[in-house]
Structures are given as structure tokens and as C-alpha cells.
Design a protein around this ligand. Structure first.
Ligand code: AMP
Ligand code: MG
Length: 328
């Protein structure tokens, strides 16, 4: 299968969006930009099309997919028992990088949720994504448009590198602004639980709801979100994370150092060592670039308080450094 790269510059926008939505309506899967990362979309009502997403990505069948809507009202066609708290969050954060896990309506195919009785819903804050969903005539289910286990794609080229020949088209919308996946929050329990941290923080949510918000990973050993148990966001290179005080553990074999203020880092660069900026919007690009250059060791140095000020990015950094043999 040839994967078409569809430009969205002003000259091609109309025909590209038309082509992309026609492909979706004909049961094909296509990648599209959002403000977080690129998604790989299928109609929520087409089970065969959704199966193609799992196949193309090599996604484990027990890992559910987020439904993307273009209008807040669409949530009511997918979920039931939408509480006042959920409504408040939608009012403030939709469209945006927040995904709500709600009770799934039985009309929604269970393959979307990998058999769970819940459904994850988000309204992306991206003109092309919203336009595509609207033209396709139904909410689109869309996981990140990468091969399962590799870093999520933040450019059309990243998608092409992973999925060329496996999907029908990619809508090229340039770089994703946020650069990491959405915050996922479970609203089906009495206290909301953050299943995956992101750029919308626990504090921001707690300020809106005026109640405590729990982080799943920090409070219990139970994995609430099936996807969390898999190794994600990982390059082929070995990633080592140290704080400033552990810098002496710095090893000669390191080929790349990532740091939030590289200009202030007092490490001698050599022809074998690069020092580059650590930033949420370019983090996945750095991991993919390191792999393309054949680097085998990446060192990430974190200043004090980095975690508190960057909960989403910190989570992805730790995940990229994890070695998990159950990775599919
Ligand atoms: P991705 O679409 O690749 O960014 O991954 C979506 C994330 O949301 C994964 O970690 C999933 O496990 C999680 N997710 C999707 N739907 C649900 C759901 N119904 N309940 C809990 N977690 C979900
Ligand atoms: Mg993903």
C-alpha cells in the first residue's frame, strides 16, 4: 500500500481534507495532526477499520483507544452518567489536552475500549483534527500514530518513518505544539484519578473541581489504565536519568546529553558528545534523532524541582528509561 502525504498548505488544504475524510468513510486508516502528537484515525462505528489500527501499530489488543470528538455534545453519544464534575472539566479544558475516562454507552463497539465498560474521550485543540472529524461524520478513535513501543510522532515524517506502507495517508500539519500525549483522567470513581500525566496538571484539575485529584501510579500498585503497563516512549538507545547531584556518575560512553538549560551545563563537549535542549515539545524528536544517528547512550540530567514543574514530561522521561521485557 502506498502511503500518501497530504499537504495542508492553503493551496492543498481543501482537497487534502476531502481526500482524508473520504478515505476514513471508505474504511481506510489515516494519520492526522493534533496539538499533542499525531493520531491514527478510524471511525468509532467501524470495527473492521479499528482492527486495522491495532494491526498497523502492532498495538496489544488489551490497550484501549481514545475517541476524538469535534463538539462537546458528542460526548453524550458515547458515554453515559456524565457527572457535573466531568461537565466542568469539559467546559474548561475542551478542546484541549485532557482525556476523560467515562462510562461507555453499550452502542459503542467494545473493541474501542479493549472490552472495558469505559470510554476515553478527548476534543483536540487543533483546526485540522477538528475539521477532519467533522467531515468524517463521526467521532474518530485515534491512538498515537507510531509503531507500538516507539516514541510518539510529533511530525508527519515521524509517522512516515514508522507506518509507511501500512496506512493510506498522512495529513501533514507540521510540528505538534505540545509534543507529549494528553493527560488521561478517570472520572468513573468517586475521586478523579490521573491515569497518565500530561500538560494539564493535577493541580489545574483540582483547582477547577475544588477537590483532591489522585495520581494512579503514586497511590496504588493497581494499573488502572491498560496502556500504562507497556513500555512506551522508548528509543533504541539506552536512556540514563540523573539529577544534578549524581552528575559524577556521568559515563564516557554517553553520546548525547539532554538538559533544560544546556548553555549552563559545565560539561566538556567532545566530537563524540552532543549537548542538546531538553524540552517537552521536542523530547520525542530528540529520542528519534538519537536513534537515527545510531547513538547507544543518552544521558538526561534533571535540575532540582524538575518533576514538580514538569509532571507530564517527567513521566515520559522515566518511561523512556524503563527497561521492560514484556514490551510487545
Ligand atoms: P494513546 O492513544 O496511544 O496515546 O494511548 C491512550 C492511553 O489512554 C493508553 O494509556 C490507554 O490505556 C488509555 N486509555 C484509553 N482508553 C481507556 C479507558 N477506557 N480506560 C482507561 N484507560 C484508557
Ligand atoms: Mg501511544
Amino acid at each position: 500500500m502506498q502511503t500518501h502525504l497530504l499537504s495542508t498548505d492553503s493551496e492543498h488544504y481543501e482537497s487534502s481534507l476531502q481526500t482524508a475524510s473520504d478515505l476514513i468513510k471508505h474504511g481506510k486508516i489515516i494519520a492526522f495532526p493534533t496539538e499533542t502528537v499525531y493520531g491514527l484515525g478510524a471511525s468509532i462505528w467501524n470495527e473492521q477499520q479499528i482492527k486495522k489500527i491495532y494491526q498497523a501499530k502492532g498495538r496489544p489488543s488489551d490497550n484501549p483507544i481514545i475517541a476524538h470528538i469535534a463538539k462537546v455534545e458528542d460526548v453524550y453519544s458515547l458515554a453515559e452518567l456524565v457527572t457535573d464534575d466531568s461537565y466542568k472539566l469539559m467546559e474548561i479544558f475542551f478542546p484541549g489536552a485532557l482525556t476523560l475516562v467515562l462510562k461507555r454507552k453499550s452502542v459503542v463497539p467494545s473493541i474501542v475500549s479493549a472490552g472495558l465498560d469505559t470510554i476515553a474521550v478527548r476534543m483536540p485543540n487543533h483546526e485540522i483534527a477538528l475539521d477532519l472529524i467533522q467531515r468524517s461524520g463521526s467521532p474518530l478513535v485515534a491512538p498515537s500514530a507510531n509503531t507500538s513501543g516507539s516514541p510518539s510522532p510529533t511530525t508527519a515524517q515521524h509517522v512516515m518513518n514508522d507506518l509507511s506502507g501500512k496506512i493510506s495517508a498522512i495529513l501533514d500539519g507540521g510540528d505538534c505544539g505540545i509534543g507529549i500525549e494528553s493527560t488521561v483522567i478517570d472520572m468513573t470513581t468517586s475521586s478523579p484519578v490521573i491515569l497518565r500525566p500530561g500538560s494539564i496538571t493535577a493541580q489545574m484539575i483540582s483547582d477547577v473541581l475544588q477537590k483532591q485529584v489522585i495520581h494512579a501510579g503514586k497511590t496504588s500498585s493497581v494499573t488502572h489504565s491498560p496502556g500504562v503497563k507497556y513500555r512506551h516512549y522508548a528509543p533504541k538507545a539506552r536512556v540514563v536519568v540523573l539529577n544534578e547531584k549524581e552528575r559524577h556518575l556521568f559515563r564516557d560512553s554517553t553520546q548525547l546529553i539532554l538538559h533544560p538549560e544546556p548553555q549552563n551545563l559545565s560539561v566538556e563537549t567532545t566530537s563524540e558528545l552532543e549537548i542538546r535542549l531538553l524540552h517537552q515539545s521536542t523530547f520525542y524528536n530528540e529520542l528519534r534523532r538519537a536513534d537515527a544517528l545510531g547513538y547507544t547512550t543518552i544521558l538526561i540530567i534533571l535540575p532540582d524541582k524538575f518533576e514538580a514543574n514538569n509532571e507530564g514530561l517527567y513521566n515520559r522521561i522515566k518511561k523512556s528509561a524503563e527497561v521492560n521485557d514484556t514490551n510487545p
